[in-house]
Design a protein around this ligand. Structure first.
Ligand code: AMP
Ligand code: GLY
Length: 424
């Protein structure tokens, strides 16, 4: 089989590594990919939003299966473009990807189908939002409706902050058209857990749980980022929590999408908050998390191609999804200054230390091969260093040990990834 993966981050590197393990696969392409992905796949210089070029490449190259890693092309309808040409593609179509593409849609869906989530109101005009906020309880959460690189969520402690937030999102359009509508949501407290799942339109199979660390600095300080590290499984995702989510959140979401005439095929990523009143949905994503994929996929026992094909064919009920009984931790090595401003182009040294080391992975996110044939930093998040261990503590120690094998000039990381597990 020939497989094309669309995307260029650590998540796509983790997907590519899983695909490379499949006995069904002879050749992997990635558009546009990065320097690390280039070691196991042929990178093709086509952007993830260039649908016509992607479709043309898949046809010319006789690609058997295309896997879409990123949210933007999914929400933009890349799956529809492939399906219109009779090409096999893994991911939700545009009608289903709205689950991630519009927070107003997803909140209304949850309300309509009684799926537990924070209380909220949707607004499409700033005056009405401002009037509502005058009497609302603080803190409160403002969310730009559309995709905003994970940055369109503001947690406001005071009315003044909330008013400034409405100005930013709806009036100044800091997140562009994503702010044409805005959700105002009750602030919840509790443990956050990410649960990724495979879905075939009707059946859902849950992967091992994970937790992300979104803030840039130790102790959950600093700005929100794409994610500075993850661990899997989450000790806070207990059997009791799982039973509740299976009954009230996972299958009900899949059934709700089908009932709306938007059957979902692909990955649903449930961002959950385990509150005192039970688990509630913070958000849905229509793809693997980044860097959740980097801790979940290395622990998956199944052939990923078999699982993805079952999602496309509607036969996921026949798959016995299994994960290793161990743990993994991923520590992101970033460029100092991320997510605001940072330098790039520094040589990454020590990559060879990961060769032939079982249970250790160096997933590339922002790297590229320069004109001299050297692998250099090329983004805010540069690498995701994942290690497995018998349990979370061992995995964490292994991951931090492996971060020392790599060096580049402005290397930055958090030192407390997975620290919360000490409280479990
Ligand atoms: P989202 O993109 O919706 O996941 O929001 C990004 C982050 O903001 C989440 O991971 C939470 O840490 C936080 N967040 C979002 N919604 C809420 C909420 N209603 N209450 C508390 N924190 C929230
Ligand atoms: N790590 C969070 C996300 O991928 O949205």
């Amino acid at each position: 089989m020939k497989v094309l993966i669309v995307g260029s981050g650590g998540r796509e590197h983790a997907i590519a590594m899983s695909v490379a393990k499949s006995s069904k696969v002879d050749k992997i392409y990635c558009a546009p990919g990065n320097a690390g992905i280039g070691q196991i796949a042929e990178c093709v210089p086509i952007g993830a939003m260039e649908f016509d070029k992607l479709v043309a490449f898949a046809k010319e190259t006789a690609i058997d299966l295309t896997i879409i890693g990123m949210d933007d092309p999914l929400v933009g309808g890349v799956v529809d473009a492939f399906e219109a040409e009779g090409l096999r593609v893994f991911g939700p179509n545009k009608a289903a990807a709205i689950l991630e593409g519009s927070k107003a849609f997803s909140k209304d869906l949850m309300k309509k189908y009684n799926i537990p989530t924070a209380a909220y109101e949707n607004f499409d005009n700033p005056e009405a939002a401002l009037a509502y906020l005058e009497t609302a309880k603080m803190p409160i959460v403002l969310k730009a409706d559309g995709l905003a690189l994970g940055k369109g969520v503001l947690i406001c402690n005071t009315l003044e902050e909330a008013k400034a937030g409405v100005q930013e999102i709806m009036m100044d359009k800091k997140f562009g058209s994503a702010g044409n509508q805005m959700v105002v949501e009750e602030f919840m407290t509790g443990r956050e857990v990410s649960v990724l799942s495979y879905v075939d339109g009707k059946t859902i199979k849950i992967m091992s749980s994970a937790q992300d660390h979104k803030r840039a600095k130790d102790g959950d300080q600093g700005l929100n980022t794409g994610g500075m590290g993850t661990f899997s499984p989450s000790p806070f995702y207990t059997k009791e929590v799982d039973d509740f989510c299976q009954k009230y959140i996972f299958q009900p979401t899949v059934d709700a999408m089908a009932a709306e005439g938007r059957p979902f095929k692909g990955i649903i990523f449930f961002g959950l908050m385990i509150t005192e009143d039970g688990p509630k949905v913070l958000e849905y994503n229509a793809r693997f998390g980044d860097p959740e994929a980097q801790v979940v996929l290395p622990r998956m026992k199944n052939d990923i191609i078999e699982v993805m094909e079952a999602c496309i064919d509607g036969t996921l009920d026949q798959i016995d999804l299994q994960f290793e009984d161990n743990a993994a931790v991923c520590v992101v090595l970033a460029s100092d200054g991320y997510p605001v401003s940072y330098q790039k182009g520094f040589e990454i040294k020590g990559l060879e230390n990961f060769e032939d080391k079982d249970g250790y992975y160096c997933f590339h996110a922002g790297s590229k091969l320069n004109d001299e044939g050297k692998i250099v930093t090329n983004g805010g998040r540069v690498l995701g260093i994942t290690a497995k261990g018998a349990d979370l503590k061992e995995a964490r120690a292994n991951a931090y040990k492996a971060t020392e094998w790599i060096d580049f000039e402005n290397k930055y990381m958090r030192h407390d990834i997975g620290k919360a597990i000490d409280e479990a």
